[in-house]
Design a protein around this ligand. Structure first.
Ligand code: NAP
Length: 253
């Protein structure tokens, strides 16, 4: 019998959870547990790390999982590598549900960098008002460029002091519209945006807003993930699971 594990924490994973639930496919949704109040899913949900590739392999066996869909964020490279290793060790089929990376459009002023450290290095120079669209975990690295005035957007209000000397946080959960992000960048007089090349629609508004306002963007490329089957659409993932997407699900996409 089919029993799917969805590695989640993204808009795509939420869409998949809905389609899988509506198709009646037995499945477990897994959150890392990074946010205080994760979005409720219409599936059995577990929270927290598995304990590395070995822990995940043990989980797959114990829960009799027959297919894994890695729908984590493209920057969740450790989880994705663990999924490749654990699925290879157990023989459980694995597919990644991964958004296409963003590609530049006319009017974009992108400076592409390979990783967070390179983004910090690219910020050497005169003080500026910077929108750091990165999430809480990567902020500390930017303490090496303390001359800037940073704007952060976080899902949860910080419970400890921010690791940057001049930083303010707005608390909000995406997806955001281009109007939201133009107004955010304007109201904070932002001069430069730093973002990860996450891809997808839910997080692209900040890049659309930067283009609209002719602001430069330091865009961090995706990290390396070992080779695996990559599927780009909900319909492809559902077909891989042996099901069509229920029409009522597609209506909401
Ligand atoms: P990561 O660095 O690749 O993962 C670190 C560890 O967290 C993994 O080794 C695993 O612990 C645990 N983990 C990650 N995702 C998990 C999941 N879905 N279920 C159970 N355990 C998970 O990941 P990350 O970048 O910290 O991302 C954590 C979560 O936030 C992911 O679910 C991701 O989809 C979501 N997210 C990440 C970003 C981002 O920019 N990185 C943005 C939006 C959402 P064990 O080794 O103990 O199993």
């Amino acid at each position: 019998m089919t029993r799917v594990l969805i590695l989640g924490g993204t808009t795509e994973a939420g869409l998949l959870a809905r389609a899988v639930a509506e198709a009646g496919i037995p499945a477990i949704y897994s959150y890392a547990g990074r946010t205080a109040s994760p979005v409720r899913q219409p599936l059995a949900t577990r929270v927290g790390g598995f304990g590395g590739p070995q822990g995940l392999a043990d989980f797959l066996r114990a829960e009799a999982i027959t297919a894994v869909v890695d729908a984590t964020h493209p920057f969740a490279a450790r989880m994705s590598a663990n999924a490749v290793a654990a699925c290879a060790a157990t023989g459980v089929p694995l597919a990644a549900f991964e958004r296409e990376p963003w590609r530049p459009r006319p009017g974009d002023d992108w400076r592409r960098v390979p990783d967070i450290d390179a983004a910090v290095a690219a910020l050497a120079g005169e003080p500026a008002r910077v929108f750091l669209a990165l999430g809480r975990l990567h902020l500390a690295a930017f303490a090496a460029a303390p001359q800037h005035d940073y704007l952060l957007r976080l899902v949860d209000a910080p419970t400890t002091p921010l690791p940057l000397p001049n930083a303010r946080a707005v608390i909000a959960r995406g997806p955001f519209t281009i109007e939201d992000d133009i107004s955010l960048l304007r109201s904070h007089a932002i001069e430069l945006v730093v973002a990860k090349n996450a891809g997808g629609v839910g997080a692209s508004a900040k890049l659309d807003a930067a283009r609209h306002l002719s602001l430069p963007v330091i865009l961090i490329d995706r990290p390396y993930v070992p080779e695996r089957l990559v599927l780009r659409s909900l319909a492809e993932v559902m077909a891989w699971l042996g099901h069509d997407v229920p029409p009522e699900t597609l209506r909401g996409v």
